[in-house]
Design a protein around this ligand. Structure first.
Ligand code: NDP
Length: 495
């Protein structure tokens, strides 16, 4: 195994591991000198340390971001010129794809091939898309009385704090950076403690692309210190967050207790895959398996609840179980690996405890359910399918964020839709049927920000993504994302 060999020989990973935060256009240590460890989830070993920033570092980063914003070097740069810088950054991300993919895999254990073909190019595409868009967005002129002219313009907010998770570190950062920077804001980005490498690396690439110093700062550090300091900062105008619902609520509280800053949240999910009896079972099974096992289930819109017509349940489950058993779990640096470890020891324990709770509640493990020993200390878990789940069980209600599917039967469409909506979340859903009327009824009835019919987890930068209910508010991707990072200004001219 490539990974085992490297770990044994103590070879370098062929990339330079970032160690410092990025403030005011320079790589710097945390002022108090603290660091946090970076652990490779494939073998549980500490591979490096990065700056653990605290309040003083956050103050410096926000101060630099504010100064850059007020200088107008970026905020008042012509959109055509901002476009050029963002296109250059997109190009540099692609040019450094192998390095960035390796850094991503080292931090979070996702298969290298997925990072190379998915995460990194999609982050580049996102930055490029918003760069391309920004000089094509117009303001408005109001239909006012003849003696007045009202010019309505989009204005950048100022300093945006982007707090992002570890499941798709660079992509999630890009979903925030693309629109926030394109609109002329300065940004302070806080990556998750497990996955700081690519965020720190692209700060340097952004400078190379021509972003003025201070416009992008990256603060590595712990959520409770660096994250909270950003959330409570009196000079941050907006927090854009992706992560757990619990922490998303904290950011609303921080905003309420500080300067009432704008908060947008992309939170958890418990997405239903509703499979009707008339659906294409092979297609549904492949998509249900991919929808819960991709990225080891660490996906906010993971299709974690299979809500299936009892008449076809066994046939469908047989097919899903075949997919699960054929998934090669192991070394993320091995090109044949389909599923890597989960991100951390804590997440490993958490997912296994959910599996145990499913068993205790009386659900049946059809396949998987155990830790995998592919590498002695890696955080691997078998692709797991539960049958006999009722929607009030913990495994059906709480976000597990691991490769665990809960199967719930229904008798008719009304019951299926009631189960699908019986959750605090409303991020996404899949509906599988060949009956267009049923598809339409289900798509309208399900309270979710995204509904896929006869497909799952498809996306395009031109289409908004985000949730209803406790899955958050505000949209990433598409021109709608620009709304989160701009405010309307109305200027009245009297003749
Ligand atoms: P969190 O929501 O805790 O982490 C997301 C981000 O918020 C990280 O940058 C984190 O920093 C920061 N953060 C954490 N605590 C605070 C705080 N008190 N104040 C300010 N910022 C904070 O996710 P976890 O990593 O703890 O994962 C736990 C669960 O959350 C998962 O099992 C999953 O269910 C869900 N989750 C959902 C995601 C999604 O995409 N919807 C993504 C990630 C997790 P730090 O890393 O230092 O803690």
């Amino acid at each position: 195994m490539a990974l085992a060999r490297q770990a044994q020989a103590g070879e370098s990973w062929g990339v330079q591991l970032p160690t410092q935060a990025f403030v005011d256009g320079r790589y710097v240590d945390a002022q108090a000198g603290g660091t946090l460890p970076c652990v490779f989830p494939g073998n549980g070993r500490t591979i490096g340390h990065v700056a653990a920033c605290e309040t003083a570092d956050v103050d410096a980063a926000v101060g630099s971001a504010r100064k850059a914003f007020e200088s107008g070097a970026w905020s008042r740069m012509a959109p055509q010129d901002r476009r050029k810088v963002l296109l250059k950054l997109s190009e540099l991300i692609l040019h450094n794809r192998d390095e960035l993919a390796t850094l991503e895999t080292l931090n979070v254990g996702k298969p290298l091939v997925n990072a190379k073909t998915g995460d990194i190019p999609s982050a580049a595409a996102c930055i490029g898309w918003f760069g391309e868009a920004i000089d094509k967005i117009y303001g408005e002129v109001g239909p006012t009385p003849h003696d007045l002219t009202a010019v309505i313009t989009r204005e950048p907010l100022g300093v945006v704090a982007a707090v992002v998770p570890w499941n798709y570190p660079l992509s999630m950062a890009a979903w925030k950076l693309g629109p926030a920077l394109a609109a002329g804001n300065s940004v302070v980005l806080k990556p998750a403690e497990q996955s700081p490498y690519t965020a720190l690396r692209i700060a340097g690439l952004a400078m190379e692309a021509g972003l003025p110093p201070g416009v992008l700062n990256v603060i590595s550090g712990y959520g409770e210190t660096a994250g909270q300091a950003l959330g409570r900062h009196m000079d941050v105008d907006c927090v854009t967050f992706t992560g757990s619902t619990e922490v998303g609520k904290l950011f609303m509280r921080y905003a309420g207790e500080s300067n009432a800053k704008r908060v947008s949240l992309e939170l958890g999910g418990k997405s239903p895959q509703v499979v009707l009896a008339d659906s294409d079972l092979d297609a549904a099974a492949a998509a249900v398996a991919a929808g819960i096992f991709s990225n080891a289930g660490q996906v906010c819109n993971a299709g974690s609840r299979l809500i299936v017509d009892r008449a076809i349940k066994d046939k469908l489950l047989d097919r899903i179980v075949t997919h699960a058993r054929n998934l090669r779990v192991g070394d993320p640096f091995d090109a044949d690996t389909k599923m890597g470890p989960v991100v951390s020891k804590e997440q490993h324990a958490r997912v296994l405890s959910y599996i145990e709770s499913g068993r205790q509640d009386g659900a049946t493990v059809v396949t998987g359910g155990r830790k995998v020993g592919a590498l002695p200390d890696g955080f691997f878990i078998e692709p797991t399918v539960f049958d006999g789940v009722s929607n009030d069980m913990k495994i059906a209600q709480e976000e597990i964020f691991g490769p665990v599917l809960s199967t719930i039967e229904f008798r008719d469409l009304d019951e299926a839709l009631a189960i699908a909506n019986d959750t605090v979340y409303g991020l996404a859903a899949g509906v599988w049927t060949n009956d267009i009327r049923k598809a339409q009824r289900a798509a309208k009835a399900i309270r979710a920000g995204v509904v896929w019919v006869n497909c799952f987890d498809r996306g395009n930068m031109s289409v908004p993504f985000g949730g209803f209910k406790q899955s958050g508010h505000g949209r990433d991707k598409s021109l709608h994302a620009i709304d989160k990072y701009t405010d309307w200004k109305a200027v009245w001219y009297a003749s």
